[in-house]
Design a protein around this ligand. Structure first.
Ligand SMILES: Nc1ncnc2c1ncn2[C@@H]1O[C@H](COP(=O)(O)OP(=O)(O)O)[C@@H](O)[C@H]1O
Ligand SMILES: [Mg+2]
Length: 465
């Protein structure tokens, strides 16, 4: 039997033994006394009834009374001859099959009875293993003995107790078997839960299959939910860890290239090879490093910072961003088509961070458009505002999903030396992920379209999360 079963069996057995012992003690000590007490009470009640009867009534109803109450009644006129008086009473009792060797009414008893006191006496019937409990009363010169035969209760109690002991032994046997079966039923799911927990501790996110329809099943469900959550968190952590490692190696790579160039051109100057462009190249590479570090700092700040949500007009924010790029658009001769209704479109988000998103998407479109056309659209739907930016591109289908990766710059844009650090879209992605906004990129017939779905504002109050 398992430990739980043993504990149950011992505890319940101790309880049963205590209850049985208690009941045996009661049977042995209190039950006999209570029995005598009850018989005595009955006897007193009958004696009272007899004394209240008329003389003739009593004489006529002796047999009925004996039958009705299952007692023995004998009577004798009170006489001064103690011996013959007692002898007569004994003879009457013997006739009624009550052989009482020690039965003797003393003068004192007689005196007490005559004075109206009821006297009760207990006589042992010797071999018959019973006693005769008698009550003496006086009625119109008659000395009346009302008695009842009572069994020797101690012996009965002994038999009862012996029997109880057998019952106890049997009960404990049944109990042990039941507890054994029951504890196996309880502990096998517990064992399963313990195994699953051990597996989870070793990062093996298993699940328990328990169908007991009770608290154990609830516990198993909770552990399963925990296992799922831990699995997801562990997977997420692993993925982030992997991303971080790749990010670190990318940064190293991104910094190493301009630093090698700076070193090479510095050595060139030292060796007198400078054709007048070396310092310019060194300065350009330092600018690149500086821009990269600025973007990295910005990225880490955005990742770290809390979101401060507020309600604002998305169109107004876009106009504000556009104003900064107006000159660049004109200089490049890019055609910009904006499709929007003439009304504010309210959303709830972190204004500063959404400005960063709009800026990045807009500046990318200006930088990378291949057909000198940019299309901007605001579409109001039931619960969201769909914002899209599109421009002509020669980007390949295979590259499209990589553009969100840190430092990823397409071959086409790299060759034309327009690209930045390759962190712009990574920052956009991070901000939109943190807002849990839907976004994406679609490539269709030489047009690249970035879209963001902004949920409409929930309230105009400033909120922070
Ligand atoms: N609107 C766009 N049209 C064409 N290509 C784009 C557009 N936006 C981004 N890209 C491509 O995705 C790459 C990554 O963009 P981004 O993360 O903003 O980095 P960066 O602008 O610093 O190069 C760009 O180098 C470019 O090749
Ligand atoms: Mg960019």
């Amino acid at each position: 039997m398992n430990r739980l079963g043993r504990k149950f069996a011992v505890t319940i057995s101790v309880c049963i033994i205590c209850i049985f012992t208690f009941s045996m003690l009661i049977t042995n000590y209190f039950l006999p006394r209570y029995y005598v007490y009850r018989v005595n009470q009955d006897l007193n009640a009958i004696s009272k009834e007899i004394t209240s009867m008329g003389y003739n009534d009593f004489i006529n109803s002796v047999a009925d009374l004996e039958k009705k109450y299952n007692l023995t009644i004998v009577y004798e006129p009170i006489s001064s001859d103690e011996a013959s008086f007692n002898w007569s009473l004994r003879e009457q009792l013997a006739k009624k099959r009550m052989t009482l060797n020690k039965f003797w009414v003393t003068k004192e008893t007689l005196r007490d009875v005559k004075s109206g006191t009821r006297v009760n006496k207990l006589y042992d019937q010797g071999k018959l293993k019973s006693s005769f409990l008698s009550s003496f009363v006086e009625k119109d010169g008659l000395f009346i003995v009302v008695g009842v035969s009572i069994v020797h209760f101690h012996e009965t109690a002994y038999i009862i107790n012996t029997f109880t002991l057998y019952v106890l032994g049997f009960a404990i046997l049944v109990l042990v078997v039941l507890v054994w079966v029951w504890s196996r039923k309880i502990t096998s799911p517990l064992q399963e839960l313990a195994d699953v927990s051990k597996n989870i501790a070793m990062l093996d996110f298993k699940k328990a299959e328990i169908r007991t329809n009770d608290e154990l099943e609830e516990l198993a469900n909770s552990i399963n939910t925990m296992s799922d959550a831990l699995k997801a968190a562990h997977g997420d952590l692993n993925r982030k860890n992997k991303n971080l490692k790749r990010f670190m190696s990318d940064i190293t790579h991104e910094l190493k290239t301009p630093l090698s160039l700076i070193k090479a051109y510095s050595v060139g100057i030292q060796d007198g090879l400078d054709d007048g462009t070396y310092v310019h190249t060194i300065l350009k590479q330092t600018d690149n490093i500086s821009a990269l570090l600025d973007e990295l700092l910005e990225f880490s700040r955005i990742e770290r910072e809390e979101l401060h949500k507020e309600s604002f007009d998305l169109v107004a924010l876009f106009q504000h961003c556009l104003a900064k790029h107006e000159i660049e658009i004109q200089l490049k001769g890019t055609h910009l088509a904006i499709q929007k209704e003439d009304k504010p479109l309210w959303i709830t988000a972190d204004r500063g961070k959404i400005e960063k998103v709009l800026n990045n998407l807009l500046s990318n479109a200006i930088k990378y458009t291949q057909n000198k056309k940019i299309g901007i659209r605001f579409e109001e739907k039931e619960h969201e505002i769909l914002f899209t930016v599109e421009n002509g591109t020669n980007i390949k289908e295979t590259e499209i999903n990589k553009i969100w990766e840190p430092f990823y710059v397409t071959e086409a844009s790299r060759s034309k030396d327009r690209s930045g650090t390759g962190l712009g879209l990574t920052i956009v992605q991070s901000i939109l992920n943190r807002h849990q906004f839907d976004y994406g990129v679609i490539l269709c017939e030489g047009i690249i379209q970035f879209y963001v779905s902004f949920p409409k504002r929930v309230s105009s109050n400033t909120k922070s999360s």
